[in-house]
Write a protein that binds this ligand. Structure first.
Ligand code: OFO
Length: 169
């Protein structure tokens, strides 16, 4: 049975993951309207991944005898300036998510909830990967600079970075 303090903290993380999915969906839609199909596909896949992170939490909370709640979300921005700014925003967002996961890990240790602590290790590993991926993409964008041809190639290359389990049929 989950302690209330853990249940509430996990439910807060449900909102964080749902909000991430919502922000990345808006990034995907914006990229699509700019004609960048590869970036759009990548961001749609990121949005799907975040929804999967949210669902994993929902299932865990309910399996442990708690009640996963579904909350209202904040409207994300509609446009993101440039792709460099957009991916910088993605990196900042992932860093904030990592901090939120770390504080959940802290609470699970304080409360001696080792099952939750063990469950959260998957998220700790996932955040390392996601931050690294965002940094790799930003490095590429910085290398391209203002080169339009380079950006065209980047739009194609970024499709290789889409995790295969999130590709649409
Ligand atoms: Fe990348 O945020 Fe989920 O965990």
């Amino acid at each position: 049975m989950l302690k209330t303090i853990i249940e509430e903290a996990l439910n807060k993380q449900v909102v964080v993951e749902a909000q991430s999915s919502q922000v990345y969906l808006s990034m995907a839609s914006w990229a699509e309207t700019q004609g960048f199909e590869g970036v759009a596909q990548f961001m749609y896949a990121q949005s799907d991944e975040e929804r999967m992170h949210m669902l994993k939490l929902v299932k865990f909370i309910n399996e442990r005898g708690g009640h996963a709640k579904v909350s209202a979300l904040t409207t994300p921005p509609e446009s993101f300036g440039s792709f460099k700014e957009m991916f910088q925003e993605l990196l900042n967002h992932e860093i904030a998510v990592s901090e939120s996961i770390n504080s959940l890990v802290d609470i699970s240790l304080q409360e001696k909830d080792y099952a939750t602590h063990n469950f959260l290790q998957w998220y700790v590993a996932e955040q390392i990967e996601e931050e690294a991926l965002a940094r790799t993409i930003l490095d590429k964008i910085n290398l391209i600079g203002d080169d339009k041809g380079g950006f065209y190639l980047f739009d194609n290359d970024i499709k290789q970075l889409i995790p295969t389990d999130t590709l649409e049929p």
